[in-house]
Design a protein. Structure first.
Ligand code: NAD
Length: 541
């Protein structure tokens, strides 16, 4: 152990760069984008500190230009997953014993690498792989990931400081051990920051990891691994495997040493994994920790005292930034009749002013959705809305997948508050609005609470404090992140710890010490200074 009680650097949020015309960061990212877009990357897996290539490869293409190939990646066979597990367990012997300040040093260095030399590269990779515009890439791949890395070190230190009371004759100490075995990180396509955070926060707490990124995020996952390597994460501590998620997961979850799942993705997959872990429970040496952040059907409720322009802005930013592919993206709104004509006018004006196309052209606010599966799902819901009597599309409604998977931001107004797109997570740029009678505010709040299985984010816009208070109470269990007079997206690490309940996840709040606590198993040590020598208590006379 270190000979001193070390203070960690005070974590601060990484300032978001503007990328305004003429700024140096804009030139840097444009250069990186052009270079990466016009060359071919080969992405091996990374096991035991070595690049692993197989005979089985798949190509990488940007969603906004799906016939253009930017590289290939290598897919795992069963033996690679087994090797990732055994190598992680071997690495655990040294990694779990390494003093915490050494682990902290590695991940703080990773944060600075992303803030500096890797910033343009990780942003460009996210623009290419996930079709984020530069602002969305910057707040995710650069700033949020940097924040996770810095704040997690602070949270780790806070956790270690949390100690029980002692007395003059007994000293009580808690040591926060890493989990016994190895952990499994399964990450989604939509946030490079989440992809980086899930494996690294477990490793920071002394665990070893098998990480399976999403097939739609491989390019930016590669940059994350390059950063971790350069920052000094030792061989075997984080092992990356790509490929068939079911095969990989079957191998991982059948290992007796599996000790924790850190998942972010859809509700359906998380429930499957939970069941599989349950079915294998006799296999494991320890009860696995299960953390999952999953789907959402996030809402905006306006009260009649809200400002129509503010409501419209919350709707268009909340629903359409990154094409609505944020777990927190607003996808259902409840607007009082008296505000509706103004809100409608502003929403239509805003949406009609959006430019859509490749993220390379920085004047584009909207780019493509992630893949053909998502495109087909979204277009079928839009087609259905065109046919349904209780739905009307007031703006958008077109789509085109000839070059990229482009779906126009679409606003549906429904007369049925339980219309399918009010309840189902579509994960794309589709907002459905229900207009309610002003006097029905209280009933509308109940409706909001009862309409979906999810409880991730939601927002109330109002100036009347009684209305705000009522919404805050009635919607207590409807959202893990609740916003007053704001859009329901854009949580910042260290400021708004993020996560939802019900079908939205285990609510272990990414970006907080609560999450990191799941990746340690405390050992209580009591040391007695006056050790008894006689079993008889005084009461025995
Ligand atoms: P997804 O569920 O399709 O994929 C997530 C991960 O699970 C990927 O790595 C994928 O390969 C893997 N996977 C797929 N099938 C699997 C299987 N049978 N066994 C094991 N792993 C499997 O999700 P996605 O499309 O990448 O991301 C979008 C979803 O993630 C949305 O539902 C969104 O709401 C959710 N999400 C939630 C949060 C949150 O914090 N609550 C954050 C981001 C995304």
């Amino acid at each position: 152990m270190g000979k001193g009680f070390f203070n960690v650097p005070v974590a601060i949020n990484e300032p978001v760069k503007t990328y305004a015309p003429g700024s140096p960061e804009r030139e840097d990212v444009k250069k990186a984008y052009t270079k990466m877009f016009n060359s071919k990357v080969e992405v091996p897996m990374y096991i035991n500190g070595k690049d692993v290539k197989t005979k089985n490869t798949r190509t990488l293409s940007p969603p906004h230009d799906h016939q253009h190939i930017v590289g290939t990646y290598h897919l795992a066979e069963k033996q690679h997953v087994e090797e990732a597990i055994s190598t992680a367990l071997e690495a655990r012997k040294s990694w779990s014993q390494l003093p915490w300040e050494q682990r902290a040093g590695i991940f703080l260095k990773a944060a600075e690498l992303i803030a500096g030399p890797y910033r343009a590269k990780i942003n460009a990779a996210t623009m290419i792989a996930q079709s984020k515009n530069i602002h969305q890439a910057e707040i995710d791949a650069a700033c949020e990931l940097i924040d996770f890395l810095r704040f997690n070190v602070q949270f780790m230190s806070d956790i270690y400081m949390e100690q029980p009371e002692s007395t003059s004759d007994a000293w009580n100490r808690i040591e926060y051990r890493p989990l016994e075995g190895f952990t499994y990180a399964v990450t989604p396509f939509n946030f490079t920051a989440i992809a980086g955070n899930l494996p690294s926060c477990m490793a920071l707490m002394g665990n070893v990891v098998v990480w399976k990124p999403s097939d739609s995020q491989i390019y930016s996952a590669k940059v994350i691994m390059d950063v971790f390597k350069e920052a000094g994460v030792p061989a075997g501590v984080i092992n990356v495997v790509f490929g068939d998620p079911k095969m990989i997961t079957d191998v991982v979850l059948s290992s007796p040493d599996f000790s924790g799942l850190h998942f972010t993705g859809s509700t359906e997959i998380f429930k499957k994994l939970w069941k599989q872990i349950g079915n294998n429970i006799e296999t494991y040496k320890t009860y696995p920790r299960i953390v999952g952040e999953t789907g959402g059907k996030d809402f905006i409720v306006a009260h009649k005292t809200a400002n129509a322009k503010q409501v419209a802005t919350a709707i268009v930013r909340g629903a359409f930034e990154f094409q609505g592919q944020k777990c927190s993206a607003a996808s259902r709104s409840y607007i009082p009749k008296s505000l509706w004509s103004d809100v409608k006018k502003y929403v239509i004006e805003n949406v009609n002013s959006f430019k859509m196309g490749s993220p390379e052209d920085m004047s584009n606010f909207i780019t493509a959705v992630i893949h053909e599966g998502s495109f087909d799902k979204l277009s079928s819901y839009i087609d259905q809305a065109k046919k349904d009597k209780d739905a009307e599309i007031i703006v958008g409604g077109n789509y085109d997948k000839s070059k990229g998977y482009f779906i126009e931001p679409t606003v549906i107004v429904t007369t049925s508050p339980k219309y399918s797109t009010m309840c189902t997570e579509l994960f794309g740029p589709v907002m459905t609005i229900y207009v309610y009678e002003d006097k029905e505010y209280s009933n509308t709040l109940k409706l909001v609470d009862e309409t979906s299985q999810y409880a991730l984010t939601g927002a109330i816009l109002a100036t009347d404090r009684y209305a705000i208070e009522e919404a805050t109470k009635v919607l207590q269990n409807s959202a893990g992140n609740f916003y007053i007079n704001d859009k329901p997206t854009g949580a910042v690490v260290g400021q708004q710890p993020f996560g939802g309940a019900r079908a939205s996840g285990t609510n272990d709040k990414a970006g907080s010490a609560q999450n990191l606590l799941r990746w340690v198993s405390p050992r209580m040590i009591k040391e007695t200074f006056v050790t008894p020598t006689d079993y008889r208590y005084p009461f025995l006379g």
